[in-house]
Design a protein around this ligand. Structure first.
Ligand SMILES: NC(=O)c1ccc[n+]([C@@H]2O[C@H](COP(=O)([O-])OP(=O)(O)OC[C@H]3O[C@@H](n4cnc5c(N)ncnc54)[C@H](O)[C@@H]3O)[C@@H](O)[C@H]2O)c1
Length: 300
């Protein structure tokens, strides 16, 4: 799939970044979005990525915007779906796509939580359906979880990993299509504990975040949790877990504090308050710091 044609379904937050990264790798890319305002804003949003990465206009010239699924997907080798996280909508899109593309065109979903097994359940050629879970912003975060469904063929896994690798991503193969795959299970295990600590009054939100960022978070990009256990020794890890595990939050429900914040309209930076208070300037500074750190990471 050296210069295969890629179709991206949905040109929102994730879709435009996914389109960009494939175009940057030399692929012709077609983006379908039913929303005219989204289609109109696409060149501007792609331009911001090009500026950030200091690319010339050649990348964006490889991206075509379509108002019909059929013209975007016809003849493509890989379709990446980045439409809203709703099973019925994704199933309908995949059924429509199956009628448009070749039987060997890979149909990949960027779903965050809906298993691609469910999205592709009623299709004729289920062996080419796969999950490709990109992380936001997809043009900067290297990881893509490539999730095989009950029916995904080994060839589909290999071809998907290959096209992603060639596009500069670091794909990993997830062998079971479980909710949250690997990354979100780990991330939300940490969030569950952080929210429980906050709710229990152990520290304020800023302090809890500081413990992560200035503590073990500083080494997470170079040392995964299992590597770190091997580094310090599994005997020490066992001793710590014997004391600690009984005290970790294991509630089977979402923490009431999170429900309460949402009910009060405290949604985070976009409303000026979530777990912490944010001025628009502070929120912008966080976004800038994150973007710059990720750009530096891609240049390493
Ligand atoms: N935002 C994230 O951090 C993130 C990370 C990983 C995965 N995801 C997943 O990626 C997918 C897209 O999320 P997003 O954050 O880009 O959402 P988004 O709302 O920014 O974009 C979705 C786009 O899909 C379009 N759309 C609506 N109906 C459509 C249809 N019938 N066909 C094609 N496009 C349609 C919308 O107009 C919109 O532009 C979701 O499944 C989401 O769970 C999101």
């Amino acid at each position: 799939m050296t210069t295969s044609t890629i179709a991206v379904v949905g040109g929102g937050l994730m879709g435009h970044g996914i389109a960009y990264l494939f175009a940057a790798a030399g692929h012709p890319v077609r983006v379908f979005d039913p929303d005219e305002a989204i289609r109109r804003s696409l060149p501007m949003r792609l331009g911001l990525i090009a500026d950030l990465l200091e690319h010339d206009s050649g990348v964006i010239e490889r991206i075509a915007v379509h108002d019909q699924l059929e013209t975007a997907a016809a003849g493509s080798d890989l379709v990446v779906e980045a439409a809203p996280e709703k099973l019925a909508l994704k199933r309908k899109l995949f059924a429509e796509l199956e009628a448009i593309v070749r039987p060997d065109t890979i149909l990949a979903s960027n779903s965050s939580a809906i298993p691609s097994t469910e999205i592709g359940r009623h299709l004729l050629h289920r062996d080419r359906v796969i999950g490709t879970h990109f992380w936001n912003p997809p043009h900067l975060v290297p990881l893509v979880e490539v999730v095989q469904t009950e029916w995904t063929s080994a060839e589909t896994v290999t071809r998907t990993m290959e096209v992603l690798r060639r596009a500069g991503k670091r794909p990993v193969h997830v062998r079971r299509d479980i909710p949250g795959f690997i990354g979100n299970r780990l991330q939300h295990a940490l969030k569950r504990e952080a929210i429980a600590l906050l709710a229990a009054g152990v520290a304020d939100a800023e302090t809890i975040d500081t413990v992560v960022k200035d503590g073990f978070g500083a080494r997470l990009a170079v040392l995964g949790p299992l590597e770190q256990s091997d580094l310090v020794g599994l005997d020490l890890t066992l001793d710590i877990q014997e004391t600690l595990v009984p005290h970790l939050d294991r509630a089977p429900e979402v923490n009431e504090l999170l429900r309460q914040k949402v009910a009060e309209g405290k949604l985070g930076m976009k409303t000026g308050e979530g777990f912490r208070r944010w001025t628009p300037e502070e929120a912008e500074a966080v976004r800038e710091r994150l973007g710059q750190t990720l750009v530096d990471l891609t240049r390493r």
